[in-house]
Structures are given as structure tokens and as C-alpha cells.
Write a protein of this length. Structure first.
Length: 507
């Protein structure tokens, strides 16, 4: 295909991506002007105008294009814009570098549940075993005994027990916990006059998580807590890339929703192609070798009541077709990795299989994509990334008063400390009873990437970079009702050589 045709095709697919059709006359006109100007840039202007109309047209006709061409042509001729300058100079570094990508963990090919009671028992058994093992890797928990042994100890004995929190009752006077291991259960008291540090720790406990509690045995089989130990991750130096390659982390496109920010997302794609932003932005773009998408690619159908009113595209396959049009515009030297979110066409229960081909064929056909399950682990340029959509962040934020929606990285940090992606069972996050608990964080990631909350945030915790990658959806009616203000159109870009983050805004 010649460059001319290539550019023309890009302009057309850009219009389609933005939800517009071109009729034959309009296409011929676009072809005729493409000899003197960049048709994609021109199309960007056309779409901008179409967006500003009180009633958005479905077709872009020749007359409309002609009017805009008349107004914009001279200005562009006389004074080349930053966009076209950057394009001329754009020689992406990442294009010269071969990709190094390894899928370390992908639940998608191992999922096997039917959902019987026996499976749930097996699932919880596995969860307990795995987390107990992680806890016992700590020096300060090695002397922990089983609950049954703890019962045999004399009064006032100091002990450590490991168990799953199955109940948490708080009152002004005290906190009562029910702790269970595989054989037995015990009630643990945290008195109101306990040290502040202990009360704070107890306040952070989530149901169904596994912890070690240091206790003093009281009378009548009641145990009094004096410390709580999370499995946590050890402090260490993360692995980094030997070359200055970058990964762009995104999530929550919600293609198909009326509030999907197609223009801003197109700007992001233009940027990846070296056609948007100043020379510094273009330099960063040229180093992007990996694009990771942590779920909610489309808005889906029937995800919540009355969603249909907020949909611009009411057919999930068509939503994926449009998403595929966008993905097609990603430079081909960039590796694209995607996982599903709760809005995608995969089953909703975690772990989620990869987005199924029968609904999302277009995504698989338009360009090469690594389509994995949720959660998944990949290693890119030597850096291990745990990718998780983040459904359970809702549960963490709702159940703990000191963690809020505008600091999703804090909720993510707590998941790392729990060494589990969805500690609480039976809340908003559906969990399938796989014989193995894929949600235990067995491996310590260099980067922990999630989305779902629609707010960008990042922090470094004990060597791990925690990133929440925001969204490409303006505030929805539901979010408004809940008082959530999203931070959309902002992309955290990670330098894999240093794990430094640059956030670029396309909004
Ligand atoms: Zn979302
Ligand atoms: Fe989500």
C-alpha cells in the first residue's frame, strides 16, 4: 500500500472510530485534498466540528468537508503545526529494539470450575494453605502454632496463630474477631484500650483474609490480641530493563458508552504515532514498546440496570469492532497486552478468562494482541508486571473508611500486604471456586497495574511500583450519583529502566 493510500485509510478509520460514516462523495473529496494536506489531521478537525454541532451527524458529507477545508487550508499551508513537525522527525527508538515478552501466569487456560459446594471448600482450603505458606516465610511468624494447639496452652501464654478472619464485630468498647484455620476456630479480642497502632491495624482487616495474630491467652478460651502481622511483601530492589524502553499503562476505555472519550483516546493514539504533542512528548512516545490494557475495553451490555440509556453502541460485538479500529492505529512495533474487566464479554467471576473470540473477533483480527485472563503476569524487558482489572478495589474502599476512591494506589497497596487480589468473598467481587486460588499474589511484582476505579494514581511500595491507570470515560450518571470524580484521559508511562512514571494528559 502506498503512503498516500495508507494516510487516507487512517483518516477514514479515524472517522469510523469516532462513530461517523463517510459517503462516497466525501471520500472522493478527502482523496483529492490528501495530495496537499494530511488527511488524518484534516479529519481530526472535521470530527472536532462535528462534535460541536448540536445534533451530531451520522454521515459526514462532502459539503461539510468542503466548508471546513476552505477555512483551515490556508492556515496550515502557511504555518505548519506542531503536529506535522513532530511527524516528520519521528524516528521511534522502540522500533529498532526487539521486544522481550514472556507470559508468566495466565489463568485463562487453566479455568475449570462448576461451582459446587465441594469446590468452594477446596478453594478456601487452597487459599488458606497458600497464604499460610507466604506468612511463614516471614521470620516473625515461624513460631506460629495451630489454633488447636493454642487452646492447649496455659493461661497468660503468649502465642501466635495464623487464621482466616471470618467475622469482625466492632463496637465502641472493643473489636471481636473470629479466626479460623483448617481444624478449628477462635475468638480474638482487641480491647478498646489497646495501643493505637494495634487498633489501627485491626481497622484495616478485611474479611476472609489470612493473617497471623500475636495473642495472649485469657480465661475461658478467649484470646487477647497484641499484634497483627500481614503476609506483606519484603523490601527489595525491583528488576529493571537494560534499555530505556517504556510501557504505557491504560485501562477502562469503555468503548460503546456515550461517555467514551473518543477524541482524547485518538489523541493518545496520535501521540503514539508521533503526531501529537511537542518534541519532548514525541521523544517519550518513541520509546514506548509495550501497551498494557487492564480491562474494561468496552462498556458491555447489561452490566448494570438502565445501562442501555448510556450506550452509544448497543451491540457488544460492534463495541469490540470499534475498539479494534482504535487498536489498529497502534504502531505495529508496540506489543499490546490486554486483559478483561467486569464490563468485557468474559465471565464475570475471577479469575476471568481472556475476552472470548466469539464476541470480540475484530480485536483478534486487526492486529497482533496478547489477550490474557484477569489477573495475569507478564515479564517485559525483564520487568515483571502483575495486571489485574481491580474489581475488588471497590470492596476494599467501601469497607475501610480511611481508604478512598481518589487514592486507588492505597487500596492496591493493601492488596499487596494481604498478598491477595480479592480478600473478601461474597461482596461485590464474584470469585469462582477454582481448585487453585489464582488470586493469591504468590510472586512479588515489579509493577502492579490495575484500573477499574477510573482515577490515576501511583506510588512505590517496598520496591514495587503500584499504578492505577485511570480511564477514557467521562463521569457517568452512576458515578455522579456516588460522588465519584474520575481522572480520565491521563496515561501513566513507565520507564522500564528506572521504573519512573511520567503522566501525560490527553484530555
Ligand atoms: Zn471501568
Ligand atoms: Fe471496571
Amino acid at each position: 500500500m502506498s503512503t498516500h493510500e495508507e494516510e487516507l485509510r487512517k483518516a477514514v478509520s479515524y472517522a469510523l472510530s469516532a462513530g461517523y460514516q463517510l459517503d462516497k462523495d466525501a471520500f472522493e473529496f478527502l482523496d483529492s485534498i490528501s495530495k496537499t494536506k494530511d488527511p488524518a489531521e484534516f479529519m481530526e478537525e472535521v470530527i472536532k466540528r462535528a462534535e460541536s454541532l448540536p445534533e451530531k451527524p451520522y454521515f459526514l458529507d462532502r459539503q461539510f468537508l468542503e466548508e471546513i477545508a476552505k477555512e483551515t487550508l490556508p492556515a496550515i499551508e502557511e504555518e505548519p503545526s506542531i503536529i506535522s513537525q513532530a511527524k516528520k522527525l519521528f524516528k521511534p527508538f522502540a522500533k529498532e529494539i526487539s521486544s522481550q515478552i514472556k507470559v508468566v501466569e495466565n489463568p485463562a487456560d487453566k479455568i475449570s470450575t462448576s461451582g459446587s459446594i465441594e469446590e468452594y471448600l477446596e478453594y478456601f482450603h487452597d487459599r488458606f494453605k497458600r497464604l499460610e505458606r507466604l506468612l511463614r516465610q516471614r521470620i516473625d511468624t515461624r513460631d506460629a502454632v495451630s489454633i488447636r494447639e493454642a487452646y492447649k496452652a496455659p493461661a497468660n501464654a503468649k502465642l501466635k496463630v495464623i487464621g482466616m478472619i471470618t467475622e469482625k464485630r466492632e463496637s465502641k468498647r472493643r473489636i471481636l474477631l473470629r479466626l479460623e484455620d483448617l481444624e478449628s476456630a477462635v475468638t480474638v479480642l482487641i480491647p478498646a484500650n489497646a495501643k493505637r497502632e494495634l487498633l489501627e491495624k485491626a481497622g484495616m482487616l478485611l474479611l476472609d483474609q489470612v493473617v497471623c495474630i500475636s495473642v495472649v491467652k485469657g480465661r475461658r478460651n478467649l484470646f487477647i490480641a497484641d499484634d497483627i502481622i500481614w503476609p506483606d511483601i519484603p523490601k527489595r530492589k525491583p528488576k529493571t530493563a537494560s534499555e530505556p524502553v517504556y510501557a504505557a499503562l491504560i485501562s477502562d476505555l469503555h468503548v460503546g458508552s456515550k461517555t467514551f472519550m473518543r477524541k482524547e483516546f485518538s489523541n493518545f493514539l496520535f501521540w503514539l504515532n508521533g503526531k501529537y504533542g511537542n518534541s519532548k512528548a514525541a521523544e517519550i512516545a518513541g520509546k514506548v514498546k509495550y501497551l498494557i490494557v487492564a480491562g474494561d475495553i468496552v462498556d458491555g451490555i447489561g452490566v448494570y440496570p438502565q445501562q442501555i440509556r448510556e450506550l452509544a453502541i448497543k451491540d457488544i460485538s460492534k463495541q469490540y469492532e470499534l475498539a479494534a479500529e482504535f487498536f489498529e492505529q497502534i504502531p505495529d512495533y508496540i506489543d499490546v497486552i490486554i486483559i478483561p474487566g467486569n464490563h468485557d464479554a468474559s465471565r464475570k467471576a475471577l479469575p476471568q478468562p481472556a475476552i472470548p473470540k466469539d464476541y470480540a473477533e475484530a480485536i483478534y483480527e486487526k492486529r497482533k494482541i496478547y489477550s490474557l485472563g484477569d489477573p495475569a503476569i507478564v515479564e517485559v524487558h525483564g520487568v515483571e508486571i502483575l495486571i489485574y482489572h481491580g474489581r475488588s478495589l471497590d470492596d476494599v474502599i467501601v469497607s475501610l473508611p480511611n481508604i478512598e476512591f481518589n487514592n486507588p494506589e492505597k487500596a492496591m497497596r493493601l492488596l499487596l500486604q494481604c498478598r491477595h487480589l480479592a480478600p473478601t468473598y461474597g461482596a461485590k467481587t464474584p470469585i469462582a471456586p477454582e481448585p487453585r486460588d489464582f488470586l493469591v499474589i504468590e510472586r512479588i511484582p515489579d509493577i502492579f497495574h490495575a484500573g477499574h476505579v477510573h482515577v490515576v494514581g501511583y506510588e512505590y511500595y517496598r520496591g514495587t511500583l503500584i499504578v492505577n491507570s485511570g480511564a477514557w470515560q467521562r463521569q457517568t450518571a452512576y458515578q455522579k450519583k456516588m460522588g465519584l470524580t474520575p481522572v480520565p484521559g491521563v496515561v501513566p508511562i513507565v520507564n522500564l529502566q528506572t521504573l519512573e512514571v511520567t503522566c501525560l494528559s490527553f484530555a
